[in-house]
Design a protein around this ligand. Structure first.
Ligand code: NI
Length: 174
């Protein structure tokens, strides 16, 4: 496994729409392994292909490794994820993003979603997600469509966050 470089805003690859994979082969599995390693090391709870400069519809999630909470790892690898149902109820949660480091904001999303995807073995599976996992899955699928969590905020708030990241970059904190 090898660690990948995480792309930070502003970068055009984060605005691109990723393309569907034909199937989950060894190359895609290696990519998933490398993305998981990169995500755990960051540390983060989700990572999408765009964020490591790849443009296929692949993402990884593990919400058990949140902050200092140390749980048993429970990695979820998805290829070609698709929301097939969403609840009418909404949920508001604070989100962050490895591509927008150290910035957080509340984002409103459908509270529960059902997602269809190809797993690590290439098998088609469905997952119903609520709470943090629901936000995380929707956030990562957004990445594959070139959408960032700051795109849900007012332009004032969004620009403020992007300027802060720019400043961190200049200070070489990142
Ligand atoms: Ni993100």
């Amino acid at each position: 496994m090898s660690k990948l470089e995480i792309i930070i805003v502003p970068d055009p690859v984060l605005k691109e729409t990723a393309y569907a994979v034909d199937r989950v082969d060894d190359a895609v599995r290696t990519q998933m392994d490398n993305m998981l390693e990169t995500m755990y090391e960051a540390p983060g709870i989700g990572l999408a292909a765009n964020q490591v400069n790849m443009l296929n519809r692949v993402l990884v999630i593990d919400i058990t490794r949140r902050a200092e909470e140390e749980g048993e790892p429970n990695p979820i690898c998805m290829a070609n994820p698709e929301v097939i149902w969403e609840s009418e109820q909404f949920s508001v949660m604070e989100e962050g993003c490895l591509s927008i480091p150290q910035q957080y904001a509340e984002v409103q999303r459908p509270a529960i979603v059902r997602v269809k995807y190809l797993d690590y073995e290439g098998k088609e599976v469905e997952l119903e997600a609520d709470g943090l996992l629901s936000h995380c899955v929707q956030h990562e699928i957004d990445h594959l469509n070139g959408v960032l969590f700051v795109d849900y905020l007012s332009s004032l708030k969004r620009n403020m966050i992007l300027r802060k990241v720019e400043k961190l970059k200049k200070q070489e904190v990142l």
